[in-house]
Write a protein that binds this ligand. Sequence first.
Ligand SMILES: *Cc1c(COP(=O)(O)O)cnc(C)c1O
Length: 456
Amino acid sequence: MEKKIPYKIYLTEEEIPKQWYNVRADMKNKPAPLLNPATHQPMTFDELRPVFCDELVKQELDDNTAFFDIPEEIYNFYKMYRPSPLIRAYCLEEKLQTPAKIYYKFEGNNTSGSHKLNSAIAQAYYAKKQGLKGVTTETGAGQWGTALSMACSYFDLDCKVFMVKVSYEQKPFRREVMRTYGASVTPSPSDTTKVGRKILEKFPGTTGSLGCAISEAVEVATEHEGYRYVLGSVLNQVLLHQSVIGLEAKAALDKYNITPDIIIGCAGGGSNLGGLISPFMGEKLRGEKDYDIVAVEPASCPSFTRGKFAYDFCDTGMVCPLAKMYTLGSGFIPSANHAGGLRFHGMSSTLSQLYHDGYMRAVAVEQTSVFEAAQQFARVEGILPAPESSHAIRVAIDEALKCKETGEEKTILFGLTGTGYFDMVAYQKFNDGVMSDYIPTDEELAKSISELPKID
Ligand SMILES: *Cc1c(COP(=O)(O)O)cnc(C)c1O
C-alpha cells in the first residue's frame, strides 16, 4: 500500500550516512589523472603533498575504494545541521498544475547557506589531524570562504581567504561573516603574492577571477610552513565528501519506495551535482537502474555544452596541476553573471568523464529565465533560493511543464544547494528589469580554447 508522502522526509540522526561513497570505484573509464604541468606525467602522492593534506591526497588519488568511513569528529559536526531535509514540492506542483512529482534536497540549512560546509568541515579536520597551522583558499561569491571559515574556527585552524576582488567589494557582508569566524580575507589579485603582482602588472585594474585567486592561495600555502591549500569544488575529494547529499536523499526516498526518473543539479565545478547523483550514478554504472541525470550550467559559462574535453590548468597563474575536463580555457573570464558559484572555466574530471561517456546530459540556461524560476519558487515554496541553485529549479520546472503537456507522472529530484540572502543585488536587478543575459560568442570561446596547453 502506498504511504502518504509528507512535505518533508527527515532521516533520524542515526541515519546520517557513516561512510562517503566514491563513484569512481564503479566507473569503467576512470577520470583522467591530474598531470604535473612541467613533466606532463601523472601527479604522485609526493608531488601533491606540499599543496594538499596527506589524507586528502589519498582520497584524491583513490579510484578504487568505494566507501570511506566518515571520521567521528566530522560526523559530530554533521549532526549539528544534518540530515538535511528532502522536501516534496507540493506547492510548486500545484502552482504548475503538473502531474510530475517534484522533490528537492535542501542544503541551505546552515549558517554558510550552502552545501559547501559538507566538504569544508572534512578538509579542515584532515588539516588539523595532520598538525597543520592553517589553510589557504580562494572564494568567488563567498560561499566557500564562509563555509571554510566556519569549519576552521571549529577546529581552531588559521584560515586565509583570497576573495575575487569584485565580490570583495560587492559582497561586504559575506566578507564580514568570514571575519566573524576568524578568517583573514584578502581581495584578489593582491600585491601580497608574486603571482598576484604579475597578474596586476599584466591586467591593471582587473576585478579578478577564481583562477587568479586560486593561484594566489596556492602560492601562500606552498611558501608558508604548516599551511596547505584547500579547494571547495572540482576535485575528486570534494565530490567524495558531497556524496553525503546523495546518500541521504536516496535513503529518504527509499523509505517511501520512491524512484526518481530525472535527477537535476546545477554545475559550477560539479561538487553538489556529483554528490547528489553519486549513489544513483553508481546504480546506473553497475547496470542496476537507469536515471536521466541533468547538469545545469549558466549560458554565460557553458563548460559542458560548449567547452572542450581536454587537459587544462585549473587556475589563471598556471601553477596548479593539469586536469582533463570540459573546459572553456583557463584564460576565459566569464561575464559578470550573478551566479558567482557557477563561474569556473572547467568542470570536475569525474563528471566530465561521465558526461563524455554518455551517463548524463547538460543544459545551459540564461540568467533572466533562472531568476524567473527563482521568483516563482520563492513565492510558493517559501525558500529564497541562491542564484546558483535556481539553475536547477529552472530545469526542474521545465521538465515538470513537459510532463503537463504529455501527461507523464515523472518523479523529479533536484538539488537546492543554498539560500540567496547575500544575492539581493542580483534579485534587485531582476526586480528592476535591468538584468542582462550575456552569452559568449563562438569567437570568444575559440580564442580561450585555442590557448589550452598542448598535451599528447
Ligand atoms: C558553490 C555553489 C554552487 C556550485 O558549486 P558546485 O561545486 O558545482 O556544486 C552551487 N550552489 C551554491 C549555493 C554554491 O555555493
